[in-house]
Design a protein around this ligand. Structure first.
Ligand code: AMP
Length: 175
């Protein structure tokens, strides 16, 4: 199934110059949502044995939780600051202008756990890279990354460790 038909392109949202990929039409279609999860899952076969899906707030929660159920794995959320109760691990990362922070519950992952990190879109790669650093802080290992859409022209992959498998369902080469 071609999932592109389910992605709504919204110009100048949330800021001028951004072409926003709205995945809500995909989530609303049962066959489309199922196909998206199956196509995300297909790429995890190359990642070896996995213990958890780590989903990035907030659309990574929707895809990641469904993927975790599909794969028979547990789900661990990585959240924006102030949302998870303590104790938490924190990772600060750079945005185009300024900084942001992500948090992981300090006891969610243990050394020896292997995880796949999931989000809807990889753009500059900063969010996924910060999430990988959080996983490393906990002593767990990133077995792979899985994204529905890669904005390849932003070269976000360069921020991800090249030795770790990265699976993408749809690649957009421009804008
Ligand atoms: P980045 O850290 O630049 O890779 O940005 C990734 C995060 O921002 C993901 O959580 C995406 O959901 C969101 N994002 C970035 N660009 C877009 C876009 N064009 N459309 C939809 N979401 C986006």
């Amino acid at each position: 199934m071609d999932l592109r038909a389910f992605i709504r392109l919204v110009p100048d949202f949330p800021k001028p110059g951004i072409l926003f990929r709205d995945i809500t039409p995909l989530l609303q279609d049962p066959a489309g949502f199922r196909a998206a999860i199956e196509q995300l899952a297909a790429g995890t076969a190359a990642m070896g044995s996995l213990d958890y899906v780590v989903g990035i707030e907030s659309r990574g929660f929707i895809l990641g939780a469904a993927l975790a159920q599909h794969l028979g794995l547990g789900f661990v959320p990585v959240r924006k600051p102030g949302k998870l109760p303590p104790p938490v691990l924190s990772q600060i990362y750079s945005l185009e202008y300024g900084q942001d922070q992500l948090q992981l519950h300090a006891h969610a992952l243990r050394p020896g756990n292997r995880v796949v990190i999931v989000d809807d879109v990889i753009a500059s790669g900063g969010t996924a890279a910060a999430t990988a650093q959080l996983v490393a802080q906990s002593g767990a290992e990133v077995g792979g990354f899985a994204f529905l859409i890669e904005l390849a022209f932003l070269s976000g992959r360069k921020l991800l460790p090249p030795e770790i498998p990265t699976h993408v369902v749809m690649v957009d080469e421009s804008n």
